[in-house]
Design a protein around this ligand. Structure first.
Ligand code: ADP
Length: 498
């Protein structure tokens, strides 16, 4: 319904208006038509009754020899309201008796004479010879029975009774009726549509407007507005539910803000802890290198097959692991301020995947690239972002070292269903999905915590480092997993710095 105006009130008013005009219009037209038909039928019946009655009166008057009374009957009946014509003419059409004596001796109207000559005589017909509609009837008075006592037997018709009833009065009444019906119809339409408009505005339009206004203010982030609809009808209930929804939303936002503050405080603590750990790691690193060097010298002191040589060898492996952990820890602490430059996320990820393909697990994996060619240039620290995707890809490979399908998708625009980010147009996204064992639900909440690991030689710093880098980029990361159905990590990065 494109042609309708874009407002609920206008649409409803227009529809109701059209329905009212149609219903009232059709009803009024039918009433008028029925009334006109009834008036016509009544005049027709009157014409038949009057003609037949007069015919009998004439017959009786003639038979009893009171022909002079006929003239007075004609004059009396002819003076009745609505009787327009009352006369008797002979077979040639010459008037013999008439309510208007001046007509006697003249020829009758052509139409009346023609009808008399036609087989349909004795049937009422309409005439407009007088400028308005009339109902007329011509009824022959046959020469039969007692008439033959005075009239020659070979004459068939003694005279023709010609009666016309005017419809002028009926038409005037009809006109008046039409005027009344039209006026009342117009008044009814105006009153009904006016009343409906007022009710619509009061009970539908205004509450809906208030609802829309509040919705808009909620959309703009103002959660203190409430809809003021006090009626107990559906709109009132809708307003109450909406108010309840805003209240819950506002509570949730408060809760979220508190949570955010707690997280910030925790992040602060973690940051100082990280700095402390980095300091300690630095202190440990050099002595550890010394221990490793010493062990290397020591291992050569013992001959091949000597159990002591094996112990020193094991010592060296453990020192190597310690060294790796310290490297990760230092890495973790080192990531502070990103150095932003413009770059293409597809290129960065492509380099990471190339690196990954060089290690044994990478060679066993099937790597699928689904890159969005319309990826815009974004502001990022390419080294840090590389680290993010390296962590994600390595985790996927380590989850199924015997071979995995790694699918990396990128999108220049966040699709509508990706509601993880509020302002979707500001971000690009990339997901790393594997078909490995997935992450059990009870571990899901912990994987981003520092030092959480399920791997024998893991440090549990990869994902927390990833999250840290993304925080510094004002991006975010989400993880999804169905146990046994693989894991998908989705990264959102802003196109430019806020
Ligand atoms: P690390 O790799 O040293 O364990 P991370 O922080 O990178 O540390 O990962 C934490 C944990 O998250 C891993 O030990 C593992 O249990 C889980 N994890 C991460 N990525 C995946 C994945 N793709 N599939 C299954 N588990 C994963």
């Amino acid at each position: 319904m494109r042609f309708l105006p874009n407002s609920l009130f206008a649409k409803m008013s227009l529809t109701i208006g059209v329905v009212l005009v149609a219903v009232f219009g059709i009803t009024s037209y039918l009433t008028y038509r029925i009334q006109s038909e009834q008036a016509l039928t009544a005049t027709k019946t009157q014409a038949i009754l009057l003609t037949r009655g007069l015919k009998n009166t004439i017959r009786i008057g003639m038979e009893s020899g009171h022909t002079e009374t006929l003239e007075s009957i004609f004059r009396t009946v002819g003076a009745l309201p609505g009787v327009e014509k009352l006369r008797v003419f002979n077979e040639e059409g010459r008037i013999r008796y008439s309510a208007k004596p001046a007509e006697v001796g003249h020829l009758t109207d052509e139409l009346d004479y023609t009808v008399y000559r036609s087989p349909e005589r004795s049937t009422p017909f309409q005439s407009e010879t007088t400028g308005h509609r009339s109902f007329c009837m011509v009824e022959p008075i046959e020469n039969e029975g007692k008439c033959r006592r005075c009239h020659p037997k070979d004459v068939e018709v003694l005279g023709v009774l010609d009666v016309c009833l005017s419809m002028e009065e009926t038409e005037r009444k009809n006109e008046f009726n039409r005027f009344l019906i039209l006026s009342f119809t117009g008044l009814a339409i105006v009153l009904t549509s006016g009343l409906t408009s007022v009710l619509l505005k009061r009970f539908v339009s205004r509450p809906v407007e208030r609802l829309v206004k509040t919705m808009e203010s909620v959309e703009a982030g103002k959660l203190d507005g409430r809809v003021d609809i006090r009626s107990g009808d559906e709109l009132g209930r809708l307003g109450n539910s909406f108010n309840e929804m805003i209240r819950k939303l506002s509570d949730a936002q408060d809760e979220l803000e508190k949570f955010h503050h707690r997280q910030l405080a925790r992040a602060d603590r973690l940051a100082s802890l990280g700095e402390m750990a980095a300091g300690i790691a630095h202190e440990i690193k050099n002595p550890l290198a010394g221990i490793y060097g010493a062990a290397q010298i020591l291992v050569n002191e013992f001959p091949e097959g000597d159990p002591k040589r094996e112990i020193v060898g094991e010592m060296m492996t453990l020192v190597k692991r310690l060294d790796n952990t310290i490297k990760d820890l230092l890495n973790f602490a080192r990531y502070t301020e990103p150095r932003f430059t413009k770059g293409n996320l597809n290129d960065v990820i492509d380099k990471v995947l190339f690196l990954v393909q060089q290690i044994p697990e990478g060679k066993r994996a099937r790597i699928v690239r689904e890159f969005d060619p319309a990826m815009p240039e974004i502001e990022m620290d390419p080294e840090q972002v590389k680290q993010v995707f390296l962590n994600l890809a390595l985790n996927a490979l380590q989850a199924s070292p015997d071979g995995v399908t790694l699918t990396v998708r990128t999108r220049g625009d966040v699709p509508a269903e990706g509601d993880a980010v509020l302002h979707r147009a500001r971000y690009v996204m990339a997901s790393v999905a594997d078909d490995g064992p997935g992450i059990p639900p009870d571990k899901m909440g912990k994987i981003f915590q520092p030092f959480f690991t399920t791997k024998e030689h893991g440090t549990g710093l990869g994902l927390s480092m990833t999250r840290k880098i993304l925080d510094l980029h004002e991006g975010r990361i989400t993880a999804e997993s169905a146990p046994g159905g693989g894991a998908t990590f989705t990264v959102f990065l802003p196109k430019s710095k806020a």
